[in-house]
Design a protein around this ligand. Structure first.
Ligand SMILES: [Zn+2]
Length: 509
């Protein structure tokens, strides 16, 4: 401390003297004091990755929240209720996302760029395109440097985005290989959706290995909260198997129906458990289901998961407020998904985002529960009947049978026709994603529910151009130690390189 004060004093004297003599000296003194200021690495690095999240996913959530609160009819009430992603980050950069062998990237190649600072081919997990050389990830380098490491995701914990930080394998589909690399990892905390079971030595084997490697495994928030600060934990959600959702956390809009854990729960607990180390920690948090919702063109589910992602970021911001000089928070997306946009051909300049609130469950929950039950009970129904009109009204607020006094929610003839056609495809299972029209209308999704979300989205003034990722750039937000180096326009590999620079680690060795 005494030493530092002396240096500051000296710099001050030099600056004062030079102020009267030459600007060259002044610049030198400024450069020197800048070097001094950044000498210590930040102890705490937070890396948030919104899967499938570009600026439109963030702003759709902000516009929805504002119109829900204010309505959009009164002049002067049009605005956006900004998320912390828009208000709390002084630096907002932008990054390109292309993969080594494809312009529109996938989560494995994009994740490899974000974790290792290197381009690779589609589906490769943190290896070079020939899959003969493993790349180093920021998380591995953080561990080598003595930091604790936490990896959190709202999808399965051995899914592509979390996997790029702790594993190396030729394809993201090697789920059991990835699970075993997680189980033998030296990292300290993993949290999120239950790992995929595929592969002959799937989850059971990986859990045995993880326990032998010193991990406690928890299956509820209460169990997780009981784990001591400093312990090594793999934390799963309490609900994994219901609702056909493959081990990921539930969509945030369905979470209360099943008492599931939130991404913010995992983030808060991860921080509590990791925060007992002289050299600090590195934490990666993925909002993975923004992507899944956008693949399915479910705008409301995407919006709610974006808000849930923002809530997880708020946990890091709380931590930042207690450690402002020692923390760096970086937030980005790995790619856009769905070609989501604000504005639709039939609604022109009008928007009514608040009507999305009439959707009560995600497409996933609807398909697995409500629709599945309806279909079983109505095998021989050939047209949408009174039962289904009621279900549609209750779950999506769309009126095809005069169920409400208002006409605002009445379906148009065009919408009725689209919905009847989708109903037939869903009842008979004749939808084909190889037919050009079916693949345009339904993608790989349940025709009835994807048609319902399309109608609702479009009425709100939201549209999607794709069931896949798109090639638009993503935002890079930064707050904290060395935040200014994240300003500007660069490539996604540079995000990892910039973080490595701040951490003073070498990704190449
Ligand atoms: Zn992705």
């Amino acid at each position: 401390m005494l030493n530092l004060n002396k240096k500051v004093l000296k710099a001050g004297i030099i600056a004062t003297v030079c102020l009267f003599s030459c600007t060259l000296c002044f610049n030198t003194a400024t450069a020197k004091s800048r070097t001094k200021k950044s000498r210590a690495n930040p102890k705490y690095i937070f890396y948030f990755i919104g899967d499938g999240m570009a600026s439109v996913q963030i702003h759709a959530a902000e516009a929805y929240l504002a119109q829900l609160a204010e309505g959009d009819d009164v002049e002067g009430s049009i605005k956006a209720d900004l998320l912390s992603m828009s208000t709390a980050f002084p630096v907002q950069g932008m990054a390109t996302t292309f993969a080594n062998n494809r312009f529109i990237t996938g989560s494995a190649a994009a994740g490899t760029a974000l974790a290792c600072g290197m381009k690779t081919d589609i589906n490769v997990i943190s290896m070079d395109p020939t899959t003969s050389v493993s790349y180093n990830s920021l998380a591995e380098k953080a561990k080598e440097a003595g930091m604790k490491v936490g990896i959190i995701s709202s999808v399965t914990i051995n899914h592509a985005t979390p996997a790029v930080f702790y594993s190396h394998t030729p394809t993201r589909k090697n789920y059991s290989d990835i699970a075993n690399q997680l189980a033998t990892s030296p990292f300290d905390f993993f949290g999120g959706g239950y790992w995929n079971n595929s592969g002959e030595d799937g989850a059971g084997m990986a859990e045995e290995t993880a326990v032998a490697n010193g991990f406690a495994i928890t299956h509820s928030l209460t169990d997780l909260q009981a784990q001591a600060n400093g312990s090594r934990v793999i934390a799963f959600d309490s609900v994994q198997d219901a609702g056909g959702h493959t081990g990921a956390l539930y969509y945030d809009m369905d979470r209360s129906a099943v008492s599931g854990m939130s991404l913010a729960d995992f983030t808060a607990e991860g921080i509590r458990i990791l925060d007992n180390n002289d050299k600090g920690f590195f934490m990666m948090v993925e909002g993975g289901k923004i992507d899944w919702a956008c693949h399915a063109n479910d705008a409301r589910a995407a919006i709610e998961d974006t808000i849930a992602f923002d809530d997880a970021i708020k946990e890091a911001l709380k931590f930042y407020n207690n450690h402002p000089n020692e923390t760096l928070i970086v937030v980005t997306g790995d790619h856009e998904c769905g070609g989501m946009t604000l504005g639709f051909a039939n609604t022109g300049y009008d928007t009514a985002f608040e009507i999305l609130a009439k959707q009560t469950v995600s497409y996933e929950y609807f398909d697995a529960n409500t629709w599945a039950a309806y279909k079983t009970a109505h095998e021989n129904t050939t047209d949408i009947d009174a039962d289904l009109w009621q279900i549609i009204f209750d779950n999506f607020g769309l009126d095809g049978a005069g169920l409400s006094a208002t006409t605002d929610d009445d379906l148009t003839d065009y919408e009725l026709e689209k919905l009847e056609a989708a109903f037939d495809k869903s009842m008979t299972g004749t939808s084909s994603n190889t037919s050009q029209e079916d693949s345009l209308l339904y993608g790989y999704y349940q025709p009835i529910s994807v048609t319902l979300t399309h109608i609702l989205n479009n009425r709100a003034g939201i549209a999607f151009t794709s069931y896949s990722h798109t090639g638009v750039p993503v935002m890079v937000l930064a707050k904290g130690k060395n935040e200014s180096i994240f300003d500007g326009f660069y490539d996604n590999t540079d995000i990892a390189k910039k973080i490595a620079q701040v951490m003073r680690v070498d990704l190449n060795n």
